[in-house]
Write a protein that binds this ligand. Structure first.
Ligand SMILES: *Cc1c(COP(=O)(O)O)cnc(C)c1O
Length: 435
C-alpha cells in the first residue's frame, strides 16, 4: 500500500476495535468472507438496472451474484420478492416512501425520542418529515409501544404508510397489532427490522413477514453483513397490491439510485448464507441472553433501565433522575474505559443534544464469543464508571457545557480508576480476538 497515512489509520482502528468492548447495538463484526467480498473487484463494475435488464454490457457474472443474493433473501425470510440494491437503510426507507406515497400524503411512525428512526417521519430535519405530512406515535408510561395511541392517530390522520420499527427499544414488537391498525385505515404496513433482523432469523423475535406488506432491513447490524439494506415484499404485500414488487424496484432504480454496489451485493449474499447456518440461531440466542444478564447486573447495581429491562439485544440506561444530560457524560467516561456506547434520549428527554440515556447492546460482543460469565464483569465495570462520575453534572448554562465536557474528558483520560478498568477491558478483549 502506497498511502501509509490511511494504512496507519486503518491499523489503528483495527487495534481500537480489538481492544475495546463494542456495545453500540447497531454495530457488529462482519466475517472475513463478507469483508473480502466487499473489497473485491466487483466494486469496479457498473450494473445499472436489474439482472437480465442492465444498461451496461459485461454483467453476466454480476447478474448471477445479484440473483443469488435475491434468492437467499427470499428463502431465508419466506417472501416472494426481494430487492438487494439499496445503498443503506435510510435510502431504502426513502425508496419505500417514494414507491408507496405521493409527496404531501400522510405517513406515520414511532417518534425518535420514543426509540423510532429519523426516516420514519421525523418532522423538520428529514426527507420523510419534510416531503410528507408526518404523524408520530409514542410510548406508554411503562415505556412500551402505545398501540392505543398508534390506533387513535391512524384513525384520525389516515396515513398511507405506517413504519413500524425501532432503533432504541428493548422490547418485542407486536406485528399483528400493527397490521390490524394499518388495516383499520387501509395503510401499508412497513416493518423496519434493521436492528432485530438477526434475532428474527434466529427465532428469538417474531417475524413480521406474516403481517407486514413490506419489510426493510439494514444488512450491517445484527445480520453481520456489509453496510447496505434489503427491501422485501411479502405475500401480504402482494395480495394488497400485485404491482408492489415493480413499484419497489423502480423506486430503488431509477427512482432514487443509479448503479448498485455489486461488491456490497456479494457481501449481502455471503451474510445471508452465514445467517442461514445453524450456528446463527445460537448466535441470536446468545445476543438476547447476554443482554438479559447485562440488564440484571446493572439493575443490581441500582442503575435504572428504560422500561426496567430488555427482551432483545439492547437496553437503555436512564440517568434522567440524576442530572440533566448525564447520559452524555456517562457515554464519554465509558469510552475512556474502553467500553464504547452511545448517548441516547430517554422517553420525554428534555434535551436531544445532551440526552439522559446511554444505549448499550450485545450483538457485537456476542459475535466475539463473549458469554454470561464475562457479561457479569462488564455490568460491574459499567456500574463502576457510573460511580466514579457520580458527582459530575453538566452546567445548567448552555454556553458552559462545551467547556465542561472538554475538561471532563481531560480528567477522565487522566483518571487512575478509569485506567484500571480500561486495562481489565483490554485483557478481556485479548481473550476474544476479532477476526
Ligand atoms: C439503522 C437504521 C436505519 C438506517 O440505516 P442506515 O444504514 O444508517 O441508513 C433505518 N431504520 C432503522 C430502524 C435503523 O435501525
Amino acid at each position: 500500500m502506497q498511502d501509509t497515512e490511511i494504512e496507519n489509520l486503518i491499523g489503528q482502528e483495527a487495534e481500537r476495535q480489538q481492544s475495546t468492548l463494542m456495545l453500540i447495538p447497531s454495530e457488529n463484526y462482519a466475517s472475513k468472507a463478507v469483508r473480502e467480498a466487499v473489497g473485491s473487484v466487483l466494486a469496479n463494475k457498473y450494473s445499472e438496472g436489474y439482472a437480465g435488464k442492465r444498461y451496461y454490457e459485461g454483467n453476466e457474472i454480476v447478474d448471477q451474484i445479484e440473483l443469488l443474493a435475491i434468492g437467499r433473501a427470499k428463502k431465508l425470510f419466506g417472501v416472494p420478492h426481494a430487492n438487494v440494491q439499496p445503498y443503506s437503510g435510510s435510502p431504502a426507507n426513502s425508496e419505500i416512501l417514494f414507491a408507496l406515497a405521493e409527496p404531501g400524503s400522510t405517513i406515520m411512525g414511532l417518534g425518535l425520542s420514543s426509540g423510532g428512526h429519523l426516516t420514519h417521519g421525523h418532522p423538520r430535519v428529514t426527507f420523510s418529515g419534510k416531503y410528507y405530512t408526518s404523524v408520530q406515535f409514542g410510548l406508554t408510561e411503562e415505556a412500551k409501544i402505545d398501540y392505543a395511541d398508534m390506533r387513535a392517530k391512524a384513525l384520525e390522520h389516515k396515513p398511507k404508510v405506517i413504519f413500524f420499527g425501532t432503533t432504541a427499544y428493548p422490547f418485542i414488537l407486536d406485528w399483528e397489532q400493527a397490521r390490524s391498525i394499518a388495516d383499520s385505515v387501509g395503510a401499508y404496513l412497513v416493518a423496519d427490522i434493521s436492528h432485530i433482523v438477526g434475532l428474527i432469523i434466529a427465532g428469538v423475535h417474531p417475524s413480521p413477514v406474516p403481517f407486514a406488506h413490506v419489510v426493510m432491513s439494514t444488512t450491517h447490524k445484527t445480520l453481520r453483513g456489509p453496510r447496505g439494506a434489503i427491501i422485501l415484499v411479502t405475500d401480504e404485500g402482494l395480495a394488497k397490491d400485485p404491482d408492489l414488487p415493480k413499484k419497489i424496484d423502480s423506486a430503488v432504480m431509477p427512482g432514487m439510485q443509479g448503479g448498485p454496489h455489486n461488491n456490497t451485493t456479494a457481501g449481502i449474499a455471503v451474510a445471508l448464507f452465514e445467517a442461514s447456518q445453524l450456528e446463527f440461531a445460537e448466535y441470536g440466542h446468545g445476543v438476547v441472553n447476554n443482554a438479559k444478564v447485562l440488564a440484571e447486573g446493572l439493575r443490581a447495581k441500582g442503575i435504572v433501565l428504560v422500561g426496567g429491562g430488555t427482551e432483545n439485544h439492547l437496553l437503555v440506561m436512564d440517568f434522567s433522575g440524576d442530572s440533566l444530560g448525564k447520559g452524555t457524560l456517562v457515554a464519554s467516561a465509558l469510552n475512556f474505559a474502553g467500553i464504547v456506547t452511545n448517548r441516547n434520549t430517554v422517553p420525554n428527554d428534555p434535551s436531544p443534544f445532551y440526552p439522559s440515556g446511554v444505549r448499550i447492546g450485545t450483538p457485537a460482543i456476542t459475535t466475539r464469543g463473549i458469554k454470561e460469565h464475562e457479561m457479569v464483569k462488564i455490568a460491574e465495570w459499567i456500574a463502576e464508571v457510573v460511580e466514579i462520575i457520580k458527582s459530575d453534572k453538566l452546567p445548567e448554562a448552555k454556553e458552559e457545557r462545551q467547556k465542561y465536557i472538554q475538561d471532563f474528558k481531560a480528567r477522565m483520560q487522566a483518571d487512575e480508576r478509569i485506567k484500571v478498568i480500561c486495562n481489565l477491558v483490554r485483557d478481556l478483549c485479548a481473550q476474544f480476538p476479532i477476526l
